[in-house]
Design a protein around this ligand. Structure first.
Ligand code: SF4
Length: 510
């Protein structure tokens, strides 16, 4: 049995089962987080979290289960579901994958017609069960459960102020800061207190919250992370309202996408219907463009654009910007696939799966022994020799972080007999860390922060290397008027204050 934290269910408020802190996993989407870049020396950038909320469904917990199952790619370390029925608010969370934690027996304990859920890769706060979400807190405004995707950047200041005012924190997660701000707000109503608290925090937050009888959803004023609203039409009663980090979660629920929660908007759902208010105005949108490059699933519509369309356009634009004579276009699976399809279509060069990914390799397989770790990429990717032999190959990938894994892939393709290996990256060079919920290495570890493209090409041993231009990326992701992007990891220009200046200094001056 998994180790679970159960809150608010009479007779069951306890930890159950064995400790399951680390276990193997495989992402259902694209490259698993520690998959082909899984060696500890060159990890893939990690997604942050996925959130889901459901209001007005007789089995809300199972609906949320399906939603966070669809969002498993956004975090695999822990998951939780809180449920409410107008009187009680209970919560179960555990370490591991959604399907491992929420068996039928566990879901049977969660009764109610509204629920919120969360799947997490920790960004702030250590990865303990206590910091798993939803976080359920008894406050002066009543019981509140919160699930948060993103990262606050003025954390220290706000936390210190709250502690001076007598706040007692139960977790080290930044999400609890929002709840403590609500509890300490002087506003008279809960909805005013939520709006008041959200206006005081800086950074990235797409959140869903729940009291015993209401569900809330909100996005930070810049709209860093996606959050969409959908609806299940009920012919015999009020519609079920759902929220999810990505619209792909709606498909499993048979919900219809309605709209994005807007940056700076707080939506409240009660038995009387949906109301909305703004807690912030006049801030330019800065949605995370890397959601389009890698994080989000291609079958999601985020920031007013289908991710699949964006990625295909990235590939097409990359082909226009960095054409090279070659025989085959080969994606680094799986996240390079859609861009590679675009590249092949634009260039007229045939697309082939020249690298095959083993979907069953997980983190623990490469952890125990250095001897095993040294297999690295070979365990996870295998070349299709008969396709690659004697060919000029264009490899398409979505990023180079430290460069060590890219070098192994280039070597692998070459050792399978490729005559030339040209690497094309479907975004600009990653030169700065992220402060908004994405786990990037420090600046001095990012190869593109400290080397020219020619130097990187030499290091990875490719015959040529090219990245998509920033302008090309922005055009590929264009969701129409008002949909502007954060591109700080490519430019070093951050849309908020409060970033760690030490971290963004060039490596040479450290
Ligand atoms: S810095 Fe990069 S990864 Fe972070 S929010 Fe901005 S675009 Fe996204």
């Amino acid at each position: 049995m998994k180790r679970l934290l159960i809150e608010g269910i009479a007779g069951e408020e306890k930890y159950l089962g064995e400790d399951m802190n680390r276990r193997p996993f495989a992402s259902p989407h694209g490259l698993a987080q520690d998959d082909i870049r899984g060696e500890q020396d060159d990890p893939k950038l990690r997604e942050e979290c996925g959130v889901v909320a459901v209001h007005g469904h007789p089995d809300a917990a199972r609906q949320v289960y399906l939603g966070i199952y669809a969002l498993q790619h956004r975090g695999q370390e822990s998951a939780g579901i809180a449920v409410a029925d107008g009187k009680n608010l209970s919560n179960i969370k555990g370490m591991g994958l959604v399907s491992e934690i929420f068996t039928d027996d566990v879901l049977d304990k969660l009764k109610g017609d509204m629920a919120i859920g969360h799947t997490r890769y920790s960004t702030t706060g250590d990865s303990a069960l206590l910091n798993a979400q939803p976080i359920r807190v008894e406050s002066t405004k009543g019981l509140i459960a919160i699930a948060h995707n993103g990262n606050l950047v003025n954390l220290g200041n706000v936390r210190a102020r709250l502690e001076r005012d007598g706040a007692f924190f139960q977790t080290t997660s930044d999400s609890e800061i929002i709840v403590q701000l609500i509890a300490h707000s002087r506003a008279n109503t809960l909805v005013d207190a939520i709006a008041d608290s959200l206006s005081q925090v800086e950074g990235a937050f797409s959140i869903v919250m729940m009291t015993r009888d209401r569900v809330f959803a909100a996005r930070d004023p810049r709209g860093f992370r996606p959050l969409s609203m959908g609806r299940i039409e009920n012919p015999d009663g009020p519609d079920t309202i759902v929220f999810a980090s990505e619209s792909c979660a709606f498909d499993l629920l048979r919900a219809k996408f309605e709209r994005d929660v807007e940056p700076g908007e707080l939506v409240m759902v009660t038995r009387d219907g949906v109301t909305s208010r703004r807690f912030s105005n006049g801030v330019e949108q800065a949605s995370c463009i890397f959601e389009h490059v890698y994080f989000a699933r291609p079958d999601s519509k985020i920031f007013n654009r289908w991710v699949q369309e964006s990625r295909e356009q990235m590939g097409r634009q990359l082909a226009r910007e960095s054409h090279v004579e070659a025989d085959l276009v080969v994606p680094v699976p799986d996240s390079g696939v859609t861009a590679a399809i675009g590249y092949a279509a634009e260039s007229g060069i045939p697309f082939r799966f020249g690298l095959i990914r083993n979907h069953y390799v997980g983190r623990t397989f490469i952890e125990p022994e250095q001897r095993v770790r040294d297999f690295g990429v070979k365990l996870k990717l295998n070349p299709v020799r008969n396709l690659l032999e004697g060919k000029r190959i264009i490899l398409i990938d979505d990023s180079i972080i430290r460069g060590t894994t890219s070098r192994k892939i280039v070597r692998m393709v070459r050792s399978a007999g490729a005559k030339e290996v040209h690497l094309r990256i479907s975004c600009p060079p990653t030169i700065s860390p992220c402060y908004y919920g994405v786990d990037t290495p420090r600046k001095q570890e990012l190869i593109a922060a400290n080397n020219s493209i020619a130097e990187i090409q030499k290091f990875i041993e490719a015959d040529s290397l090219a990245y998509l231009s920033l302008d090309g990326l922005q055009k590929a992701c264009d969701g129409g008027e008002g949909n502007t992007f954060c591109t700080a990891c490519y430019t070093g220009s951050y849309p908020t204050q409060w970033v760690d200046v030490e971290e963004i200094l060039p490596a040479a001056v450290r």
